[in-house]
Each structure stands twice: as structure tokens, then as C-alpha cells.
Design a binder for this molecule. Structure first.
Ligand code: SF4
Length: 469
């Protein structure tokens, strides 16, 4: 008799999702020209459904977390770039805004990420000054920044607070010392959190820590303990719980293959850990905003909560949104075009200094995802309204294949209709990466899968090189 693979938690899946944050990847357009892209940027249509989001990538970091997949420069490589970075960011923003239809439009959210943006220290000030003086910035604009706990200095926090930052977030991942060491995470995590919370001193309304599940050697008890520890720290009022995606980091894959660190626990164990972690947050009344982020409503002003977009993984999450990605490797998408900045720091800086949009034409598409709101809805706390779904269907933006998968997910209790919107069920939240993947068009799904497989292959090769080297 043919052996069937065990299905996780009664779903159709036999492994946890392998999606990375590259949810919005789409195959590049072949033989594309600069002029075509610049025209598409300039002519992108702003409609009453459009929102504007700015993402600023700070590609420097002093840490070397084993699972890191962020394009970044180590501190040693970046010292001479750091001092000019603010100037370059402002210049690129100016260039992109002036060449796009959103120069004076309302800005919904601004996210500063990395890397470790705190390495900019007080030189974040000029960037914040520029952003908060844009005509589209007002008190409704959400302004967030990531930071690394062990390198953050008070001057950075002071600069953030003086420009009305809504939220800071930092990676904790786990408090378990053994796992922290195996992932090359810095020590004295609790002391670093206290130090940063003290710097903040209640002046930033949302302080969020990120945790991971699916870590090598992590038990369910450890994951729950991490959550309890973080929840009870005074001054922390939001938590993001992510699933570790080993394939996104070839180095982590190589170390798992070679046994340098233990492989992740079984898929079933990973699934149970996520179920328990998400339940621990929601049963305490924490509110989900976005893909995997939860906020403590008892400790956050409702007006601030309203401002939180929770769009960290997908930015606008709609075809009509304008996302301006600033910095090397950052991705932008406007209706009808998706473009990436070159990842080579020197090339990026030279282009910006010469007033040239720093495009990587190999990673650019003269289309964008008409069905974005459809497949990204499991990551948005607002879900997908019935009207939006009907409109996507009647406009032909989604295919019959996509509609079938959607209906199957409803029948399988992964998606439900609640208060006029489709949302993932609790089980669907555990499997949300699978929902996103299953709702995409085939070529876009395959683009992400090939990116992931590429990471796994690189990891295997790295492992072989290490064993023969
Ligand atoms: S702190 Fe963040 S950017 Fe730096 S190595 Fe770790 S995961 Fe990567």
C-alpha cells in the first residue's frame, strides 16, 4: 500500500510554510529598459484606493545572527559609509518622490528597518526631519523603527522620540541561553531590554519585541516561557511571533546539515509550538495587527492602536498602494511596476549622488500584482472584505484556479467569513504562509519557491565546502 505523508493538524499540509518575507516577488521582465521603468514609475496611477508607504533600509549591523537573511554590511565594512548614509537616503527619497505621482500625497506609514538602524545614532535626525516635513506626513502617519538592542544608544532613542515615533521593535528571538549561543545571538538580553526601555522612558507609545518559533532545540515550553518573560517586562507592550524559515539563510542550512547546530524540531512539533504561541497571545486579549504582531490593548492608547498598520511583511498589501523602498536592495512597488534598488552599496551611492534612480534592472517587472489584496489578505488583520473579493473576481484579476483554492481553504476551515470579511481561522493563522502561497498565481508562487530552493542549495554547497575545506 502506498504510504501517505502525515498531515499537520488535519490540514492538507505535511510541513510548515516555507515562505519568506519575499511574498511580493514576481518574475522580472526580460530586456527591460531604464526608460520604460522610469516612465512606469512616473505614470503609475494614483486612485482613491491608493496609500503611500515608505521603507528605509539601513544595511549595517554589528551582529552576526546565524539565521540572518537581511542584506547588510558588517560594522567593520560600513564605518566609512555610515556618516554619509543619512544624506544619501534623503537624496534618494527626494529623487523618487519627485519622479513619482505621490510627491504631495498623504503618507500612511514609514518604516525604518535593517540591519540595525540604531547604528546611525543621532544621524537618524536629518532623515526624520526630512520625512516629518514632507507635505504628506501628519499625525496619522505611522512612524516605526527597528533597532538592535545591544548597539542602541540613548542619542538614537532621543532622536526617535523628538520626531514622534509611533513604535520601535527589536529582535529578542529567544531568552534560552543555549539556543542564543547556537544562533550566535548576543548575551545579556534582559539587561539590554531594560537599558533600552529606560532610554525610551515611556516616550514611544509602542515597544515591541520579536520572538521566533521553530528554533533548533526549542520545546513548546521554552517558546511559551519566552512569551511570558517578554509579556511581563515593564515597558514592552507588543510582540511579534515569527516562524523561523531556515531556507532563507544558507549559512543556517549549512550548519544544520553539518550538525554544527541541531536541526529544527519536527514539523508537527513546530506546528504545535505555533498553535500554542499564538493562542497564548490571543487568549490574553492581545490584538493582532498584520501578519504575526500582537499588541496589548491595556497598555496602548486606542488612538495609537488605530494608527498601527501592521503591514511589516507586505507594506501596502494592495495593488493600488505605493511603496517607496530606499537604500541598497530595497524594493518598491507602484501600480503597474515593481523595482529593486541595486544591492551593491557603492553603485547605489554613486547613482544617488548623480541623481540617477539606482535600479537593478534584473530584478524589475513592468507589472505588479493585480491580485495583491487577494493573496496577501491572510497577512492583514483587516482580512479581505466580501466587496473586495467580488470586485477582484468580476474584474478578472484572479483566476479560476485561485478562486478554487480560496473556496477549498474555506471548506477546510482555514479561512472563514466573519463580520463581512474573509480572515484566516486560528488554524489558518498557523498555516498563513501556505495560504498566501496557495492563493497566488502559479508563476509568482514558483518564483518564491525557486528563491527558497536556491537558498537550500546554497546551504548544501556551503556545507560541502566547509567539510572539504
Ligand atoms: S541583528 Fe538583525 S540584521 Fe543584524 S545580524 Fe541579527 S538578524 Fe541580521
Amino acid at each position: 500500500m502506498k504510504k501517505t505523508a502525515a498531515k499537520l493538524l488535519g490540514t492538507r499540509f505535511d510541513s510548515m510554510p516555507i515562505n519568506t518575507v519575499d511574498y511580493w516577488m514576481t518574475p522580472s521582465t526580460k530586456d527591460i529598459t531604464r526608460n520604460q521603468v522610469l516612465t512606469a514609475i512616473n505614470k503609475a496611477e494614483y486612485s482613491d484606493k491608493s496609500t503611500v508607504h515608505i521603507y528605509i533600509h539601513v544595511p549595517f549591523c554589528a551582529n552576526e545572527c546565524r539565521f540572518c537573511f537581511m542584506p547588510r554590511n558588517t560594522l567593520a565594512n560600513s564605518k566609512h559609509f555610515l556618516k554619509d548614509y543619512s544624506h544619501l537616503v534623503i537624496k534618494q527619497l527626494d529623487l523618487l518622490l519627485k519622479n513619482s505621482p505621490v510627491e504631495n500625497k498623504q503618507i500612511t506609514s514609514i518604516a525604518i528597518g535593517g540591519g540595525s538602524p540604531d547604528l546611525l545614532g543621532e544621524s537618524i535626525g536629518p532623515i526624520l526631519d526630512y520625512l516629518t516635513n514632507l507635505p504628506g506626513f501628519d499625525t496619522n502617519t505611522e512612524l516605526t523603527s527597528e533597532l538592535a538592542l545591544n548597539t542602541t544608544k540613548k542619542a538614537f532613542i532621543d532622536a526617535l522620540t523628538s520626531y514622534g515615533t509611533t513604535k520601535i521593535s527589536f529582535g529578542v528571538q529567544t531568552f534560552i541561553p543555549k539556543i542564543r549561543r547556537s544562533l550566535r545571538l548576543f548575551s545579556k538580553i534582559l539587561e539590554h531590554i531594560s537599558r533600552v526601555v529606560e532610554f525610551v522612558d515611556g516616550r514611544i507609545p509602542v515597544v515591541a519585541g520579536d520572538l521566533l518559533t521553530g528554533l533548533p532545540g526549542q520545546t513548546i515550553g521554552m517558546a511559551l516561557n519566552d512569551l511570558e518573560t517578554l509579556k511581563t517586562i515593564d515597558g514592552v507592550n507588543a510582540i511579534s511571533s515569527y516562524l523561523l524559515i531556515p531556507a532563507a539563510s544558507p549559512e543556517l542550512v549549512a550548519d544544520m546539515y553539518s550538525g554544527v547546530i541541531p536541526d529544527c524540531t519536527s514539523e508537527l512539533h513546530k506546528a504545535y509550538t505555533r498553535v500554542n504561541s499564538l493562542m497564548s497571545l490571543t487568549s490574553d486579549g492581545w490584538i493582532r495587527r498584520g501578519a504575526s504582531s500582537f499588541y496589548n490593548p491595556k497598555k496602548i492608547d486606542p488612538k495609537v492602536l488605530e494608527k498601527i498598520q501592521g503591514n511589516e511583511a507586505i507594506a501596502g498589501g494592495r495593488y493600488e498602494s505605493f511603496v517607496l523602498g530606499i537604500g541598497p536592495n530595497a524594493v518598491s512597488h507602484f501600480p503597474g511596476v515593481r523595482f529593486e534598488n541595486t544591492g551593491d552599496f557603492s553603485k547605489w551611492a554613486d547613482s544617488v549622488l548623480n541623481n540617477v534612480v539606482p535600479l537593478d534592472l534584473n530584478r524589475t517587472a513592468l507589472k505588479h500584482l493585480k491580485d495583491f489584496a487577494f493573496w496577501a489578505f491572510p497577512l492583514r488583520h483587516q482580512g479581505l472584505s466580501v466587496e473586495e473579493y467580488e470586485e477582484l473576481k468580476t474584474s478578472g484579476s484572479i483566476s479560476s484556479d485561485q478562486i478554487k483554492n480560496f473556496e477549498d481553504f474555506i471548506a477546510e476551515n482555514l479561512i472563514e467569513l466573519t463580520n463581512g470579511a474573509y480572515k484566516p481561522t486560528p488554524l489558518g493563522e498557523v498555516m498563513s504562509g501556505h495560504l498566501v502561497s496557495g492563493l497566488k498565481k502559479r508563476d509568482e508562487r514558483e518564483e518564491v519557491i525557486s528563491y527558497i530552493n536556491d537558498g537550500l542549495e546554497k546551504g548544501k554547497r556551503l556545507c560541502e565546502q566547509k567539510s572539504t575545506g
